[in-house]
Design a protein around this ligand. Structure first.
Ligand SMILES: [Zn+2]
Ligand SMILES: [Zn+2]
Length: 316
């Protein structure tokens, strides 16, 4: 009898855990992907294990069968397949309740083209972005055609104002200091019923955020997992090019800055948006060992983070 009760309890716990919303990592690379165009000798052209798709997160709520995408990358076709295998949908393609965009650099929005007339011919996909970004999309070709043909439906975000997705999920957009040629730049805090996840794929520097009055440490304290810009491992990574032209916090700098924090805070950090030159892309590399020894992690393709209270464990 006791065994029966135990098994019943286990089944109920499992059912609750399976029902919790979660984040799944659909890409970890910088805008150009891995391998990058022009890098013709890269082993990734022949070996899928050496490829990495451009940075993207999927958000899934199994109880409502809803799915959202963070970023529309040049790899979106493949990312939709991966998302579909994890969270199948019978809805018309792309089967998304919405897409959240951070900014107008090529890795973060150009995948929208697949929703258009020449490809999927999607109907009214909600696309969430800050005001300059929505203005950019609705006033510049070819993106304005997606709006006119109603392939996408723009939903303007306000920095600092959360958007409620359903009764247990909401997204809080905020401004991030980063090159702003065509749009401002957003970061997102994804809030679930039990846990929350921070997503900052691009930022010029943590110091620039300090100057804007926001400390990374305080933001980190308020979330459970933080996917942070890790474009380059350290200075000198691109031989022959002045790296001040690519302002991003080096992983080495971020680790040094957060070193005084307790281990539980450091363990929240998962580095993402890695350039094709970044040695930390590869499990087992010396760079990866340095990161892990210091108590941080690198985002792995298809890893999941539960947003529920019932299932604090994450599965890679
Ligand atoms: Zn980027
Ligand atoms: Zn960028």
């Amino acid at each position: 009898m006791r065994l029966l009760i135990f098994l019943l309890a286990l089944t109920v716990t499992q059912a609750v855990a399976d029902d919790e919303p979660f984040i799944v990592v659909l890409g970890v690379a910088q805008d150009g992907g891995v391998p990058q165009a022009g890098d013709n000798d890269h082993p990734g052209w022949d070996d899928a294990a050496r490829r990495r798709l451009v940075v993207s997160l999927g958000l899934v709520d199994p109880s409502s069968s809803e799915r959202w995408l963070f970023e529309a990358t040049p790899d979106i076709a493949e990312q939709l397949v991966r998302l579909g295998r994890i969270a199948p949908t019978r809805l018309r393609a792309p089967g998304l309740a919405g897409v959240f965009l951070t900014h107008a650099h090529m890795g973060h929005y150009t995948g929208l083209m697949h929703f258009g007339h020449e490809s999927m011919g999607a109907r009214g996909v909600p696309v969430y972005a800050l005001p300059r970004m929505t203005e950019y999309l609705s006033t510049n070709g070819p993106w304005d055609q997606l709006v006119r043909y109603e392939n996408i439906e723009l939903r303007e975000l306000t920095a600092g104002t959360p958007v409620k997705l359903n009764k247990r999920l909401s997204i809080r957009p905020f401004l991030v200091p980063h090159r702003q040629e065509y749009s401002e730049v957003a970061g997102f805090r994804i809030e679930g019923p039990g846990r929350s996840v921070l997503f900052i794929p691009d930022i010029d520097s943590w110091d620039a955020w300090d100057e804007a009055g926001v400390q990374l440490e305080s933001v980190l304290a308020e979330v459970d997992v933080a996917y942070l810009d890790a474009t380059f491992f350290a200075d000198g990574e691109i031989p022959g090019r002045d790296m001040s032209g690519f302002p991003h916090p080096f992983i080495a700098h971020t680790m040094k800055r957060l070193a005084p924090l307790p281990p539980a805070q450091r363990a929240k950090v998962r580095f993402i948006h890695l350039n094709h030159t970044n040695p930390a892309l590869w499990p087992g590399s010396e760079a990866r060992k340095v990161i892990e020894r210091a108590g941080y992690r690198v985002a792995e393709p298809l890893e999941r983070v539960s947003l529920g209270a019932a299932n604090p464990g994450d599965s890679p």
